[in-house]
Design a protein around this ligand. Sequence first.
Ligand SMILES: [Zn+2]
Length: 304
Amino acid sequence: MSGPTRSRAGTTEQGSRRDRSRPPAPEPLPHPVVDNHCHLDIADGRGPDDWLDVDAALAAATAVGVPRIVQIGCDLPGARWAVETAASYDAIVAGVALHPNEAPLLAAEGRLEEALEEIERLAGAHDGVRAVGETGLDFFRTGPEGVDAQRESFARHIDIAKRLDKTLVIHDRDAHDAVLEVLDAEGAPDRWVMHCFSGDAAFARACLDRGAHLSFAGTVTFKNAADLREALVVAPQDRVLVETDAPYLTPMPYRGRPNASYLVPLTVRAMAEVRGDDLGELCAAVDASTERAFGGPWGTPSEA
Ligand SMILES: [Zn+2]
């Protein structure tokens, strides 16, 4: 199903000068893992090669040991696309929500309520929709005028996840304390994931104490991410997940080039090194934890 691309990641002036070629495929992993956060519908640019259709993305990922993907739709068109795609591919499950930067825009147009109702419908569409997310707070892109709408939307998504028994996937940018405040006020659901974890060891413990799984992205390979690597080390092995957030956040040594699920092995290898874990053991743990975090097995579960 190579449907039309849905949207394109912003290309900046520099963007047009940066190396946009797709990195080569890394060495396959000794045990399969899941990319638990991906935007297969978002192309990294406007060129014909800037979008990897679902079949191509899955084939490239499966070839290096990433046979399953969690597709995240974080606005209404993206959420509808995610639900459809999860219905068409056994290897893919979906998460649906209004991104924290989307919520204030909808609120300003008086459309937040109706959008939340549609997210609830989509979240209950079929068993392949396993998560409500990415929701949360972003104090980096949204200014103070949008914070109330973000908090309201986040609280509503927590409520939807709990009532429908779905996994909550949290986007947190420069809002660590406020995220915990809202979670404590609403009560955290049974299963929740901190997407693209961006805190230090202390914040990791605060999330883990409340039952979180911590998902690490390519950012853990960046030179200036010492605090993040400390957080990775304090997390118990059975609470660690891996993601791309593709097409964004490409791991080193390909930072700035298009990301995709077939590059997950670069991040997992770096995580095993940082933790001093055996690579195969960490992969098996991440794979099993992802199934637990997202409500059980799907597609072709890996041989233990
Ligand atoms: Zn995302």
